[in-house]
Design a protein around this ligand. Structure first.
Ligand SMILES: Cc1cc2nc3c(=O)[nH]c(=O)nc-3n(C[C@H](O)[C@H](O)[C@H](O)COP(=O)(O)OP(=O)(O)OC[C@H]3O[C@@H](n4cnc5c(N)ncnc54)[C@H](O)[C@@H]3O)c2cc1C
Length: 507
C-alpha cells in the first residue's frame, strides 16, 4: 500500500517534531513553513557577531535519563549538546539592593528565605518542601499518550502515578506567585516573591517544579541557543526523509465532505494529502484557514480573548564588556515607576548570556531586557514609529536604567535590536504575538491538566499540534504534542506507534 501523505503547517518545534514522528512511522510528510528558517518561536538572530536568543532559558529534558530527555534524543536535539545548568533561577533585587536569590536547591532556598524574614519561616519551609516533593514528579507522564487513547487501566495507572503529588498539586497548583507573595509579612518578600518565577500569575506549583527540575539538572540551557537547537531537529527530520518547503505560507486548509484533503498557499498552489496537521497558530488555523466552520462553543470561548496570554518586548544588546559575573537573570524592583510602552513599570528584568561563550565574541556579552507589553499598544502606534532602538523612546528609558546599573555600558553597545509583540506576530504568525500560547496561570492550569483536544469537531483527517493545544506552551510540551498526534494517527490506522533514536555516528 502507498504511504499515507501528511502535510504539516509550520516548522516550529511542534511541526518539526510532528514531522520526525510521521517519518519514523512510515508516513510521507511535507512541512510548509512561511518563514525561511525553522524553529518558529524557538529562535535566535545574529547581529554583528552577537547571537540574540529569543527563547529557551530552561529546557525541560536537558538531563540524561530524566523526563523528556528521551523525547529530545529521538528528535536528535540533545546529542553532543552540552547543557548549562544554573544554581539559581532568578535574583530579585530591591530598590535598596536587598536581593532574593531563588536557589534551585531547596535547602539553600529555605535558608535564603528564612534569612530574609524569620517571621515567614513556616511559609518558607513549606515552599522548599514543595520543591523537594516535585523532585520526582515526571510531568511527561501526562502526555505519554493522548487522553483520548487512554484505556481505563491507563487512566488508573496515571492516577496512581499522580497520587503522591495530589496534595502539593492542590496546595500549589491554583495559587499564583502574586497570591503567595501576599502571604509573606516581610515587605521586600511581598514584592520579590511575586516576581521570582518570571510572571506574577505563574502557578506556584509550576515554579516549584521548575526549580526541582533545575536542581536535578533537567532544565538547563542548550549551548548554542534556541535556533541551533531547532536546527538540530530540522536536520533530524531531513535525515528521516522529510521534506520542508520554506517561504510557503498556507492560506487555506482544503476540505471535501468534512475531510481535510490538503492546503492552498498564498501563491495559489494547491497541495493534496491524506492528512493535514496544523502546528501553526491556533486562532489562524481554526478561524482563518478553516473559516471557523469546525469550531464549537468551547473552542470559540477559548479564542474569545478572555484567557491570559503573554506578550513581550525584548531589547537585545551586544556589548563590548564581560558580563559573565552578573546574574544570568535578575529582576529589579523600582521605587519610582518608569513609563514604558504605555504602562508604568515597577520591575525590569535583565538577562545576560555570558555563560554560553558561543553567543558573543570573546570578552563581550549579550544582554537582554524583557518587558511584558500589550499587543494593542504596539498595534496603535504601528506606522508612527520605527522599530529602531535609537528612535524608540521605550528603549531609551531602558538604556538609561541599564547605564545606572552598569555605568559606561551605553558606550560599549556594538549591536542592538528591539522585538515587540508585532515582531513575534509577523515572524511566527502567533495571535497577538503570544510567546507561549495560553499563559500558564491558576485559571489555565485546569486546561493543562485536563488536556486540549488535538482534533476539531466534524473534521476528519485533521489534527493540531503545538502550543495552542498545550496550555502553558514550552518547547517540550509542543514537541510532545506532535508525538501525541502521531500516536493518534497510528492508532487510527491500526498500527503500533514507533519511536527511535538516531544511530550514533561511527568513530
Ligand atoms: C521569549 C520567549 C521565551 C521562551 N522561553 C521558553 C523557555 O525557556 N523554555 C521553553 O520550553 N519554552 C520557552 N518559550 C516557549 C516556546 O518557545 C514555545 O511554546 C514553543 O516554541 C512553541 O512551538 P510551536 O511549534 O507550538 O509554535 P511556533 O514556534 O509558533 O511555530 C509555529 C510555526 O508555524 C509557522 N506558521 C504560522 N502560520 C503559518 C502559515 N499560515 N503557513 C506556514 N507556516 C506558518 C510559523 O512561522 C512558525 O514557524 C519561550 C518563548 C518565547 C517567545
Amino acid at each position: 500500500m502507498a504511504e499515507k501523505r501528511i502535510i504539516i503547517i509550520g516548522a516550529g518545534v511542534a511541526g518539526l517534531a510532528t514531522g520526525c514522528y510521521a517519518q519514523m512511522n512510515g508516513y510521507s510528510s511535507h512541512i510548509f513553513e512561511m518563514h525561511d528558517l525553522p524553529g518558529g518561536l524557538c529562535t535566535a538572530w545574529e547581529r554583528r557577531g552577537y547571537v540574540f536568543d529569543g527563547c529557551i532559558h530552561y529546557l525541560y529534558g536537558s538531563g540524561p535519563g530524566q523526563p523528556y530527555y528521551r523525547l529530545w534524543e529521538e528528535l536528535g536535539a540533545v546529542q553532543d549538546r552540552p547543557m548549562i545548568d544554573h544554581d539559581a533561577f532568578m535574583r530579585v533585587v530591591g530598590p535598596d539592593g536587598r536581593t532574593l536569590t531563588l536557589y534551585c536547591d531547596p535547602d539553600r532556598l529555605e535558608a535564603e528565605l528564612i534569612a530574609h524574614s524569620p517571621a515567614d519561616a513556616a511559609l518558607s519551609r513549606s515552599l522548599a518542601q514543595g520543591v523537594r516533593r516535585f523532585a520526582s514528579f515526571d510531568m511527561s507522564v501526562m502526555q505519554a499518550k493522548p487522553r483520548s487513547m487512554m484505556s481505563a487501566s491507563d487512566g488508573l495507572a496515571l492516577g496512581r502515578t499522580m497520587l503522591p503529588y495530589t496534595g502539593p498539586l492542590l496546595k500549589w497548583g491554583f495559587v499564583s506567585a502574586q497570591q503567595l507573595a501576599a502571604r509573606f509579612h516581610d515587605p521586600f518578600l511581598r514584592r520579590a516573591v511575586a516576581q521570582m518565577f518570571g510572571w506574577p500569575e505563574m502557578p506556584v506549583m509550576a515554579g516549584l517544579s521548575l526549580l526541582a527540575y533545575m536542581h536535578s539538572g533537567n532544565a538547563g540551557f542548550p549551548t548554542g541557543g534556541s535556533l541551533a537547537f531547532a536546527r538540530a531537529i530540522e536536520q533530524r527530520y531531513l535525515a528521516l526523509g522529510g521534506r520542508i518547503t520554506y517561504k510557503a505560507q498556507v492560506e487555506r486548509i482544503l476540505t471535501e465532505n468534512d475531510r481535510a484533503v490538503g492546503v492552498r498557499l498564498y501563491d495559489n498552489s494547491e497541495h493534496r494529502a491524506d492528512v493535514v496537521i496544523s502546528a501553526a497558530d491556533g486562532r489562524a488555523t481554526i478561524f482563518d484557514m478553516l473559516d471557523g466552520r469546525y469550531a464549537n462553543r468551547a473552542i470559540r470561548a477559548r479564542y474569545a480573548g478572555s484567557l491570559p496570554m503573554h506578550t513581550q518586548m525584548q531589547i537585545s544588546l551586544g556589548v563590548d564588556r564581560d558580563m559573565s559575573a552578573a546574574p544570568h537573570w535578575a529582576t529589579y524592583l523600582l521605587d519610582e515607576p518608569l513609563l514604558i510602552a504605555g504602562e508604568e513599570r515597577r520591575e525590569i528584568a535583565i538577562k545576560q548570556y555570558g555563560y554560553d561563550p558561543t553567543l558573543a565574541p570573546p570578552g563581550k556579552s549579550v544582554v537582554e531586557v524583557m518587558l511584558r507589553s500589550e499587543y494593542n499598544y504596539w498595534q496603535r502606534i504601528y506606522g508612527r514609529k520605527l522599530y529602531d532602538i535609537e528612535q524608540l523612546d521605550e528603549a531609551q528609558v531602558v538604556l538609561a536604567f541599564l547605564e545606572k546599573l552598569y555605568p559606561g555600558i551605553l558606550e560599549q553597545i556594538e549591536a542592538s535590536d528591539v522585538a515587540t509583540p508585532l515582531s513575534y506576530e509577523r515572524y511566527t504568525g502567533n495571535w497577538q504575538g503570544a510567546t507561549s500560547g495560553w499563559l500558564l496561570t491558576p485559571q489555565t492550569m485546569r486546561m493543562m491538566i485536563m488536556g486540549v483536544g488535538k482534533t476539531l469537531p466534524g473534521l476528519r483527517n485533521f489534527y493540531m499540534a503545538g502550543q495552542w493545544v498545550e496550555p502553558g506552551g514550552s518547547v517540550a510540551l509542543a514537541a510532545m504534542s506532535g508525538r501525541n498526534v502521531l500516536q493518534l494517527i497510528c492508532g487510527g490506522d491500526g498500527k503500533p506507534f514507533h519511536a527511535e533514536t538516531p544511530p550514533r555516528a561511527a568513530g
